[in-house]
Design a protein around this ligand. Structure first.
Ligand SMILES: [Zn+2]
Length: 258
């Protein structure tokens, strides 16, 4: 079923997003459809849609806005950390769809402006007929075990204050297991065996699908990819440094929850 732009009524879960933040009523309460309509009246250019088939109603307020009294901001990551996966799902979808609708406005084949598809959550080109679905970027994330130790790395560019699992985008043409071996070799120069799939998570910053694996150390010494990592070491699972927060699949891998 297609989305409804500028809905007049909705029974869906309601989200107002501002960049990487979620707008809540004071006290952390969820917004109502009435709240979204009030925000739309104030921010008339904001993208506002309802997707009844997924139960998601969302408005994109953009960043750096002054909001009316009675609202407060919470980071989306914090919301993920505090809520079960079932609750986080609709927010993840709202965030991913708003970002996709913002960034995918023209046909990559002929350059014409796209229109919302009449029957699907998709956009289509009125000129050449090509249909575009919301984008998903598959990534692999892997926890490498060596006896009782686990391998964690600190990145140069992102999340520099924590140690995390090895992760990276899949390349065209490769399997997820190939991507796991390649990323580990590129980033730390070791080989692994017994690669096991553990689970997945949508991570809408903006559109990653994280495929989580564990693997066992096979051979080699840690050799850092200097432009990516500032450090990588074997740690005791019970004595880890600061690592990703709850709500992320990295946390579940590190804490043996999947
Ligand atoms: Zn086209």
């Amino acid at each position: 079923m297609a989305i409804i732009v500028n809905p007049k009524e909705s029974g869906s879960a309601c989200f107002a997003l501002s960049g990487k933040n979620l707008l809540l009523k004071e006290g952390g309460k969820a917004l109502s459809f009435h709240d979204l309509c009030e925000l739309k009246a104030k921010f008339v250019e904001a993208d506002f849609f309802d997707e009844p088939s997924f139960g998601v109603c969302a408005i994109d307020l953009g960043e750096g806005k002054d909001f009316p009294g009675g609202y407060e901001l919470k980071t989306i990551r914090q919301y993920f950390a505090e809520h079960a996966e079932e609750d986080s799902f609709r927010l993840a979808r709202a965030r991913a769809l708003l970002a996709w609708r913002r960034d995918w406005k023209f046909c990559g084949k002929c350059g014409s402006p796209l229109q919302d598809h009449a029957e699907l959550t998709a956009r289509e080109c009125p000129h050449c007929g090509k249909v575009y679905f919301p984008r998903i970027e598959p990534c692999v994330i892997v926890l490498v075990n060596r006896g009782d130790k686990i391998l964690l790395a600190r990145h140069m560019q992102r999340n520099q204050d924590i140690y995390a699992c090895i992760a990276g985008f899949m390349e065209v043409g490769e399997s997820a297991e190939h991507a796991v071996r390649r990323e580990i070799m590129e980033e730390v120069g070791i080989t692994v065996k017994n690669i096991r799939y553990r689970g997945s998570q949508s991570w809408p910053f903006p559109d990653q699908l994280m495929l989580a694996f564990t693997a066992e150390y096979e051979s080699g010494e840690i050799k850092l990819q200097k432009d990516e990592l500032s450090d990588a070491r074997w740690f005791d699972r019970e004595n880890c440094p600061a690592s990703p927060q709850p709500g992320s699949i990295a946390y579940k891998l590190i804490h043996n929850e999947i």
